[in-house]
Design a protein around this ligand. Structure first.
Ligand code: NAD
Length: 334
């Protein structure tokens, strides 16, 4: 069997981590032959709760999980890690302005970027889940200059999974028969869920989902809005934000990054933008990507209609604004 790899999960005492840790530890992400050492980072007041999580992980008796290191020290948490799930973030509290939220998170992701830079393996794959995920990932990468920018990503996979499920329900097929749904841009309400290129597998042959449904109005209105507002709908019903589905999406994202995507299929990841499809450069923008040998590549040459371009431009503009605010916060601090 392979040597164990070290994997860190931050926000490890929180609700997404509670589902995610089990998925990682039973081999859903890095494979059934890959033993693991889990590093769990949370803040000092949560160390008691984290102790309970460690006990439960032990009680799961998972053969791949070799040891668990709970800590409140980022230097310990990021030591020699090959994969980092950055789930912990400052949540919006009552009366908090958007700028205050961003300022609190810039601070967290600066500290974690610097700790990754000093301690992690140089080929570490970093997935930022904590919101605002795209801008947090950009900040983290900026403070980890010795790690390639390509190794930082933000999670839009939950949005992709939601979109895929909506299309499957509309077409009337199992969710696994739908592929190539795209999330463009920011993991926020400006994201653009795009089913223009989505495929339906029907008895082994693939057809275009939009051609199958023949309801352009549904795709442009109901579908887009349902996916954009799905997080809010879950909060309204559950009185808590999505956690099980967020954990599953984080596991899917990292698994594909390590294992690759099947031929002809793509997935959406927030990655450093090169300006493809008119997106602003140097923001973490969600694109369709293919993955081979642990490296992602933005899918090129997709046809973009006027409606899609407008939506891509709009979410790009929001990311530029967030970047400006984040840079202002950083330069005021320096
Ligand atoms: N990208 C996405 O699709 C997506 C989906 C769902 C949730 N989220 C975001 O994920 C984050 C976590 O959600 P949750 O439901 O698990 O929240 P939660 O409040 O249950 O848990 C967050 C945990 O992070 C910890 N934390 C805070 N600051 C930290 C720091 N500096 N270092 C380490 N840990 C720290 C907290 O103590 C807490 O235990 C939130 O920001 C949420 O908005 C993103």
């Amino acid at each position: 069997m392979a040597e164990p790899i070290k994997v860190v999960v931050t926000g490890a005492a929180g609700q997404i981590a509670y589902s995610l840790l089990y998925m990682i530890s039973k081999g859903d992400v890095f494979g059934q032959d890959q033993p693991l050492v889990l590093h769990l980072l949370d803040i000092p007041p949560m160390m008691g709760v984290l102790e309970g999580v460690v006990m439960e992980l032990m009680d799961c008796a998972l053969p791949l999980l070799r040891s668990v290191v709970p800590t409140a020290d980022p230097e310990v948490a990021f030591k020699d890690v090959s994969a980092a799930f950055l789930v912990g973030a400052m949540p919006r509290k009552q009366g908090m302005e958007r700028r205050d939220l961003l300022a609190a998170n810039v601070k967290i992701f600066q500290v974690q970027g610097e700790a990754l830079d000093r301690n992690a393996k140089k080929d570490v794959k970093v997935l930022v889940v904590g919101n605002p995920a795209n801008t947090n990932a950009m900040v983290c990468s900026r403070f980890a200059p010795s790690i390639p920018k390509e190794n930082f990503s933000a999670m839009t996979r939950l949005d992709q999974n939601r979109a895929q499920a909506q299309v499957a329900a509309k077409v009337g097929v199992p969710v696994g028969d739908i592929s190539n749904v795209i999330i463009w841009g920011n993991h926020s309400s400006t994201q653009y869920p795009d089913a223009t290129h989505a495929l339906v597998n029907k008895n082994g042959s693939e057809t275009n989902a939009a051609a199958e449904v023949k309801d352009d109005c549904w795709f442009k209105n109901v579908f887009v809005e349902t996916v954009q507002k799905r997080g809010a709908s879950v909060i309204a019903a559950r009185k808590m934000s999505s956690a099980m589905s967020a954990a599953k999406a984080a596991a899917d994202h990292m698994k594909d990054w390590f294992m690759g995507t099947p031929k002809g299929k793509f997935v959406s990841m927030g990655v450093m933008s090169d300006g493809s499809y008119g997106a602003p450069k140097d923001v973490i923008f969600s694109f369709p990507v293919t993955i081979e040998n642990c490296k992602w590549k933005i899918v090129q040459g997709l046809e973009i209609d006027d409606f899609s371009q407008k939506m891509i431009n709009n979410t790009g503009k929001e990311l530029e604004e967030e970047r400006t605010e984040a840079f202002n916060i950083i330069s005021n601090k320096l």
